[in-house]
Write a protein that binds this ligand. Structure first.
Ligand SMILES: CC(C)(COP(=O)(O)OP(=O)(O)OC[C@H]1O[C@@H](n2cnc3c(N)ncnc32)[C@H](O)[C@@H]1OP(=O)(O)O)[C@@H](O)C(=O)NCCC(=O)NCCS
Length: 198
């Protein structure tokens, strides 16, 4: 994540009047925080992000540059979203694997790392303690319980790999030796993805 400025730099960030940004949150220039969001002190948000309506960002959450959160997304402590991660509406992150109301587990957060350019589909759930590889694509409604290789498309409950995705978001053929992306034309050799079947 590039260096960010404090929230005091109000000229370059846009915080809707209904949003609450606690003192000590770091928000980069060009970032927009929409209606009814809550950003806790200590949260780090990069530049040119869009934080959709009703989002929550915990005090130990980290968002890189160009991150897009759609409405109703909570990014809890111990969750890190690298640059240009897209999170669809109502997707859910978690940070405790075995929560109990009567047991304090604030020192037992399991970290989740979402690598650059990845997409989390609408209403997906990310069980904590995993890494989602760069440009991976989590389908709408998937429940991700294990780490995900880069560029993998993961769908279902529990999520299984159902394909591969280009960095541009296009779905790629599941088998073969590679070729050109049907949308952006970028050429693929598939050596990028470690466990690709040929
Ligand atoms: C994952 C996704 C990209 C798949 O796209 P695709 O490869 O073009 O998929 P298709 O529509 O060709 O469907 C292929 C198969 O996957 C299934 N499928 C598609 N999306 C699925 C999903 N989210 N979960 C489970 N199965 C899914 C289809 O039913 C189909 O199954 P079938 O072959 O048995 O009929 C897409 O469906 C998706 O979930 N996109 C995310 C949308 C989103 O959340 N946007 C948020 C911002 S609005």
């Amino acid at each position: 994540m590039s260096k960010t400025k404090k929230t005091e730099t109000k000229k370059t960030t846009c915080v809707h009047p209904t949003a609450v940004v606690d003192e000590g949150a770091l928000i980069g220039p060009g970032t927009k925080i929409w209606h009814f969001c809550h950003v806790m002190g200590g949260a780090r948000i990069g530049k040119n992000c869009s934080i959709g309506q009703n989002a929550f960002i915990g005090g130990k959450a980290v968002l890189g540059d160009g991150v897009k959160l759609q409405n109703n997304v909570s990014v809890y402590d111990a969750v890190t979203l690298e640059d240009h991660v897209f999170v669809g509406p109502s997707a859910v992150f978690t940070n405790v694997r075995t929560p109990r109301a009567h047991v304090e587990r604030k020192n037992a957060y399991a970290a989740t790392l979402v690598r650059k350019g990845a997409t989390i589909g609408a209403n997906a759930t990310i069980v904590c303690g995993i890494e989602i590889g760069s440009y991976a694509f989590i389908a709408a409604g998937a429940v991700v319980t294990r780490s995900v290789p880069r560029h993998a498309v993961m769908s279902g409950v529990p999520a299984r790999r159902s394909g591969w995705a280009c960095a541009c978001g296009a779905m790629l053929p599941d088998r073969g030796k590679g070729g050109a992306c049907p949308e952006c034309g970028k050429s693929w050799t598939f050596k990028h993805v470690p466990d690709r079947e040929t």
